[in-house]
Write a protein of this length. Structure first.
Length: 475
């Protein structure tokens, strides 16, 4: 299945998909009638489901046999319009589900047309990098990917790649969830020893939020300090604010314009749900988030080369941007970026949504004191435990919906210890208060250490990271 089918970008019309769906429906029926091999029937059904998802993405309607798509179809975010209410909502602006366990990530893989990070891929990363895979990989936190095998194939043949990730600086306050992609990206940079570019989309936040340009730019620089505190190698990392870099790099802007020429309003409407009343800045912004995926946007780093493969670690809600990017890439003569997607960091109140920087009680902030951390966890972390100690001892708790346990899967490195906690909590041997205490004791030193490192990040260092320059790498 090609991307253009998955994306509804690049010339695949609702009618094309409707016809494919009708044919695939016939195929499934005839396989069933012929009592074909189960694997074959399953594969055909899988494809049928995927086509239905694509069809909805492009047409905004549910597929109905015998009812071709109508012209007036309303297209919305990832095909979430119409009666898709029971589906999880996952787009760059909203994450919501009705399930206490959180978003159904396996379904998302089918819906987005990405691939699962399976044991084979984790083993391969271990083999190629020569390092024990990060616990985010071992535990399915980075759970989905696009084209990782291709990146590893090339790397094995001494063809390097580069990393690209980013952050929208919407406020000064970053929370622990914001660190997840950066912690993981730092690990990738270390084990593969490759350059990294980090985009701070102060322009995006200006366009979407009620903030001044000055505020957004200031937040970008402040957030850069938290990012630098994650330990990135200054000789291999370029951090940039769009407001600064766009105007100073002709090469970057040329790529933005190229992308803008190859994506229609209709396509971004389908992917992002833009409407006629959205400002034109929003409508053209996806091209700016796409541009760093192409190496010649950074001539100072890649010496003008346009063929260095890019790998983007990000949370899965950013995938719409990169589906669009991957669709455009071959049409403007560039390689498609590969991706590694993470799950969301749940809000303290439960995995129905992700942490939000605008709700102080939903998050553990990087500026919280040990006491604040303790109070927030004790007071707000949703518990999968039973109401009374007696009941809990008898029936045990449910780690799958317990936010403290979920946080430990992100921050406790020791697999055996974590597994023991899971078992003890499930059996009732471990009480909610005790579990919370373990989380508090895990988080406090991590946050304190982060604050120490951030304090040591000087303005001079920020300037160094944010100056366009060549990096310590030979391309
Ligand atoms: N749009 C992202 C946000 O609001 C920021 C971002 C830009 C990003 N480029 C990226 C995130 C690349 C991940 C990867 O946070």
């Amino acid at each position: 299945m090609t991307d253009s089918q998955g994306d509804g970008v690049g010339g695949v019309t609702a009618m094309d998909l409707y016809e494919k769906l009708t044919a695939q429906g016939d195929k499934v029926r005839s396989l069933k009638t012929a009592k074909a091999d189960k694997a074959e029937v399953d594969a055909a059904i899988q494809l049928l489901l995927k086509l239905k998802v694509d069809y909805k993405g492009v047409s905004g309607q549910d597929y109905k046999a015998g009812c071709p798509p109508s012209e007036s179809a309303v297209v919305s975010n990832n095909g979430q319009s119409g009666n898709g209410a029971e589906e999880d909502t996952v787009d760059p602006w909203n994450v919501a589900t009705n399930s206490a366990k959180g978003v159904d990530y396996d379904k998302l893989i089918v819906r987005f047309g990405s691939s699962k990070v399976d044991q084979e891929l984790v083993d391969r990363i271990e083999k190629v990098s020569g390092q024990k895979p990060h616990h985010f990989l071992r535990r399915g936190i980075f759970f989905s990917h696009r084209d990782m095998h291709q990146v590893l194939d090339a790397y094995e043949k001494q063809k390097a790649f580069y990393l690209y990730t980013g952050r929208g600086p919407s406020s000064q306050a970053m929370h622990v969830g914001h660190l997840i992609p950066f912690i993981f990206t730092k690990w990738l940079q270390d084990v593969f020893d490759i350059p990294l570019v980090i985009q701070l989309t102060d322009d995006e936040k200006y366009l979407w939020k009620d903030l001044t340009l000055e505020d957004c730019h200031r937040f970008a620089v402040e957030n850069a300090k938290d990012i630098i505190a994650c330990g990135f190698d200054v000789n291999k990392t370029f951090i940039f604010s769009d407001l600064d870099y766009m105007g100073s790099s002709p090469e970057f802007y040329r790529n933005v314009v190229k992308i803008q020429k190859h994506v229609t309003f209709n396509q971004v409407k389908g992917i992002f749900g833009f409407t006629d009343s959205d400002c034109i800045g929003k409508i053209s912004f996806p091209a700016i988030q796409a541009a760093p995926s192409f190496s010649n946007s950074f001539p100072q780093i890649f010496k003008g080369r346009k063929d260095v493969q890019c790998l983007i670690p990000c949370a899965i809600d950013q995938d719409p941007y990169f589906r669009m990017t991957r669709d455009v890439a071959p049409r403007i003569g560039y390689p498609k970026p590969a991706l590694l997607h993470s799950t969301f960091f749940p809000a303290l109140q439960g995995a129905q949504t992700k942490m939000s920087a605008s709700d102080a009680n939903s998050s553990i902030f990087l500026t919280d004191t040990p006491k604040q951390i303790k109070n927030k966890v004790n007071k707000h972390a949703f518990s999968g435990g039973k109401d009374t100690v007696e009941e809990h001892r008898q029936h045990g708790g449910n780690p799958d919906i317990d936010v403290s346990f979920m946080y430990l899967t992100f921050f406790m490195e020791d697999d055996e210890k974590l597994e023991k906690i899971r078992q003890d909590y499930s059996s009732g041997a471990l009480l909610t208060g005790e579990l919370k205490k373990m989380l508090i004791e895990t988080l406090q030193p991590i946050i304190t250490a982060h604050q120490e490192k951030r304090k040591n990040v000087t303005d001079e260092m920020v300037k160094q990271f944010m100056t366009p320059r060549s990096l310590d790498f030979n391309f």
